[in-house]
Write a protein that binds this ligand. Sequence first.
Ligand code: HEC
Length: 237
Amino acid sequence: MRTIVLTLLISLMSLTSIQVMAASGGIHLDPVEIDLSDKASLQRGAKTFVNYCLSCHSASFMRYNRMAKDIGLTEEQVKENLMFASEKIGDTMTIAMRAEDAKRWFGVTPPDLSVISRARGTDWLNTYLRTFYLDNTKAMGTNNLAFKDVGMPHVLWQQQGYLAADAETHHLTHATEGDMSNYEYNVMIADLVNFLAYVGEPSKIQRLALGKWVLLYLFLFFLVAYPMKKAFWKDIH
Ligand code: HEC
């Protein structure tokens, strides 16, 4: 029995590692910590998202008013600081750019990012957003370590600066400096990925919060049930 369980476990483990390798195309991924209870991080991530991503990418499964509630902002705060692409607080996060235009400009339509954190994984996103590098054979002037020949320009070049890749090792070094230090840039990207993880599974916040109460309930129930069980069985043994 034990060997069967062990074999099963090992084959499961190797399956998941193969999947991770396949999703990353074999490159090393920079891990990122996701903390959906960190409201300040989610708010910073939302700000980066609406300022730098929402011009090309929609997140059409998400409504502004739902986001407001989930990440701890009032609807007024969202209207004033985070709504540039839309009028009504009940709207979904869509964009004004038409798909045909996008296709003409970038060669591809920027995909909706509602569930990108689940499709690609958060470590992949973290790596992708940190590894744009100069490549003058490309129309955008840049390429990406996680997404070869990507059609997206390095939109955060002002913050990160431009990186150059060593031809052999693909090791990245700064070709130009950005406004932010490496540390600041990495924090900004981690917050953005945290926000995208929330967007990919918004009800997880409530589930995590509910989980604590369920555990507390089970614990209290145990305190009642165990003495009862003891009392019932006392005379039978
Ligand atoms: C100027 C338009 C533009 C902006 C702004 C932009 N992107 Fe993109 N993005 C694109 C295009 C075009 C693609 C498709 C690239 C391809 O398929 O080659 C893309 C692809 C992506 C992908 C890969 C999707 C996949 O197929 O797996 C991710 C993730 C992504 N963008 C995230 C972001 C984030 C996060 C931001 C904000 C920091 C952002 N993008 C800002 C144009 C943009």
